[in-house]
Design a protein around this ligand. Structure first.
Ligand code: NAG
Ligand code: NAG
Length: 345
């Protein structure tokens, strides 16, 4: 009820706003925007590609409307309509108590332990760890766990994204907290509010006014994340026995990787190895995959797991050239969502 009434009030605000707006806004709605790619390797390099008529805008104002998206790393140069929020049923997803969908499309669970950290992705130039929170009701053999935070490392940079602890969940309150290279980062609330690191190495863009973001590291990864509580229904269905003084606010995440190496490791990463034999078989309900000992790290932003392969020194040269490529852009409005870049003249 809360949700639908807030959607209604947003819709009313939009209606008033739209009727006050100039003709230009109307024109924008009809005429699809164009979008392009600035990375030289892209099939879309400097091509102006029109958005589909079904989603004419890269940043639609309507809540839950799909946005126009151009994948600059795809072998095709084609715009598509896409949700701004993570799709928990798509490849690269990590949602619920955590349920993953591998690069091979296979669904699996990795339970880990609460208040510990595990590497989801470990590659030569990218590492992503997760902090698990959870509880173990009396008599249960294991912890129920959820992903509360992500720690991302690339080159010499460190970024973290956390769901803040909250007793009682409230949709009207933002529960996201960020840091970049050890400093707290403020990304003002508001749809499409954006933060760029000094040389555009990392971009954070809100995908709704609160509790949902897209984080992009050009040429490496795009992360869509939303903060949610454990719902009453989930608590009932799975008998989690959630106490009344903790909502277990956690993340729903979907990753999109660009150019992982063949040796990529991590709970999720290994499923992207071309010859990975997933111990979880397709169609088996609740396939649980182990690996605590291989992937445990000592903190959110450390790379010390037994199977971790992150080695940023090898990538120093690469990072220099990346900064050059992205640092010279003079048309950076709307970076994000797969690095399709919108230029308005
Ligand atoms: C979760 O379910 C248990 C019963 O299984 C109940 O005692 C508890 O209050 C519920 N927690 C919340 C937050 O609703
Ligand atoms: C909730 O209550 C339990 C026991 O009363 C306590 O151990 C725990 O720290 C409390 N959690 C929060 C988030 O306050």
């Amino acid at each position: 009820m809360v949700k639908s009434s807030s959607i209604l009030s947003i819709a009313i605000v939009l209606l008033v706003w739209a009727s006050l707006g100039e003709a230009k806004t109307q024109a924008n709605k009809v005429k699809p925007e164009t979008i392009t790619c600035y990375n030289r390797g892209s099939k879309c390099f400097l091509k102006k590609v029109y958005c589909p008529i079904e989603c004419p805008n890269v940043q639609p104002k309507e809540p839950n409307a799909k946005g126009c998206f151009l994948d600059c790393y795809s072998p095709k140069c084609e715009t598509v309509c896409r949700n701004r929020k993570p799709n928990c049923d798509g490849p690269g997803a990590a949602c619920y108590d955590p349920r993953f969908i591998g690069g091979d499309g296979i669904v699996f669970y990795f339970h880990g332990k609460s208040n510990e950290h595990f590497s989801l992705i470990s590659d030569a130039n990218l590492q992503i760890n997760a902090r698990f929170i959870g509880l173990r009701p009396p008599g249960r053999p294991r912890d129920y766990t959820w992903i509360q935070a992500l720690g991302l490392m690339f080159g010499s940079h460190k970024f973290s994204l956390e769901a803040t602890k909250t007793e009682k969940w409230d949709n009207e309150i933002d529960h996201l907290q960020f840091s970049y290279n050890g400093e707290a980062l403020i990304v003002p609330q508001g749809l499409y509010s954006t933060w760029n690191s000094p040389n555009n190495e990392l971009i954070v863009e809100r995908a709704s006014s609160k509790n949902s973001v897209t984080v992009t590291v050009p040429e490496l990864v795009e992360i869509r994340a939303t903060v949610v509580p454990v719902s009453e229904q989930e608590n009932k269905t799975h008998n989690y026995q959630i106490p009344s003084n903790d909502s277990f606010a956690h993340l729903e995440v979907q990753f999109r990787f660009i150019g992982l190496s063949l040796e990529v490791e991590g709970v999720l990463g290994r499923t992207y190895q071309p010859d990975f034999k997933n111990p979880a078989k397709p169609g088996v309900a609740m396939a649980v995959v182990g690996g605590d000992d291989k992937y445990r790290t000592s903190s959110l932003l450390s790379t010390d797991c037994a199977y971790c392969v992150f080695s940023p020194e090898k990538n120093a040269a690469r990072e220099g050239s990346m900064a050059l490529e992205y640092g010279t852009l003079d048309c950076t409005r709307g970076i994000g969502g797969g690095n399709g870049i919108v230029c308005r003249k």
